[in-house]
Design a protein around this ligand. Sequence first.
Ligand SMILES: [Zn+2]
Length: 126
Amino acid sequence: MLIRILGAQGKGINMLEYQDKVVQDVAACTCDRCHRRMTPDDDALWEWGEKLSVSFHGGYGSIFGDGNKVEIDLCQQCVKETLGAWLRISPSEPELADAPSEALRGSVRRYDNPTDPVWPSDSEPS
Ligand SMILES: [Zn+2]
């Protein structure tokens, strides 16, 4: 939460001070299997969006070694070719994705005037 206090001349004074910060963002990804290079600027933007990156540390008893870091980056074609037999693929739910308000129809009470007080049904004012 940022609290802004007006100074004597009406200008805002932030109690928090800020400095510029350089943040690194992933600029490219190379598939570990087929070596396809993918960037967010490629013509085929979906390749960037559909890549799969996995990164984790093995825990106690891990077959990868306790504390070892395990990583892999795969393009979508390699995901399908290597994991396809075990992937659970189901169609999207368009009624939820395209019209979330329709999915809620009947489950939300509507008041014509949102400023009207709402009374519990068993204590309606007389
Ligand atoms: Zn690949």
